[in-house]
Design a protein. Structure first.
Length: 234
């Protein structure tokens, strides 16, 4: 080996060694810490993140995993969300309270949300989940309040069956069945394979919500049944 080749060889070795040493000194990324904090439910790990937005993302994640709404109070940053080409900002604390409120069915957490529209949606979702009309009356938007009362009314025994138009009756039963994950109620839907409010879509929706592939077997349409099994088993 010539002197020139020896120099090149040692330079390559030194370069490789420096890469190994540097990579060994670099700690875990912010995303790695966030993931570990959520997995271990250890809020103290979030303190290792210097970036404020990432730090709060970490705290919010732990709050949702542990269902600890007290942690939501610590959040001050905002996140951007684009829906149908329209970008809007929302407070991370509002998103935190909304998520935990729905999981714990705790309407008092909805009241802590600053954004008026998100607060209305929080009360509306809980009213439908708990079949509590009183929560509908806490909604400030009149259209949303009316829609909330309408949907909750569908849970009253025999309400859907009083509707004279079959399509409206089917849709009413569909909403009642899917919101309560009531498989036996799906059988009361006359339209079997329609696109909206049908018996098959009722089973499909409940299968997704409960993550139960056995529910897919009730679906009549072969393609819808296969799609259901594929989606739920993912």
């Amino acid at each position: 080996m010539t002197m020139e080749k020896k120099i090149k060889f040692w330079l390559i070795c030194l370069l490789g060694l420096s890469i190994v040493l540097v990579s060994g000194c670099i700690g875990p990324s912010d995303d790695d810490i966030i993931l570990k904090a959520q997995q271990t439910k250890d809020i103290s790990l979030c303190e290792k993140i210097g970036n404020i937005e990432k730090n709060e993302e970490c705290v919010c994640g732990v709050a949702m995993v542990t269902q600890n709404s007290d942690l939501c109070e610590k959040l001050k940053s905002e996140i951007s969300e684009t829906v149908l080409g329209v970008t809007s900002n929302m407070k991370l604390r509002d998103l935190c309270f909304s998520s935990i409120a729905e999981n714990k069915l705790d309407s008092t957490l909805c009241g802590k949300i600053d954004d008026g529209l998100m607060k209305d949606y929080c009360f509306s979702d809980l009213a439908k989940l708990t079949q509590n009309k009183e929560l509908c009356n806490k909604i400030t938007d009149e259209f949303e309040k009316e829609e909330c009362n309408k949907v909750v009314s569908e849970f009253e025994p025999g309400y859907c069956e009083t509707l004279s138009i079959d399509s409206k009756k089917d849709l009413c039963i569909w909403r009642r069945a899917t919101l309560s994950n009531n498989l036996s109620d799906c059988k009361n839907i006359n339209d079997i394979e329609g696109l909206a409010g049908s018996r098959d879509s009722c089973y499909l929706n409940i299968a997704k919500r409960t993550n139960d592939p056995k529910t897919c077997e009730y679906i009549t349409n072969k393609k819808v049944r296969e799609r259901c099994l594929f989606t739920v088993s993912e």
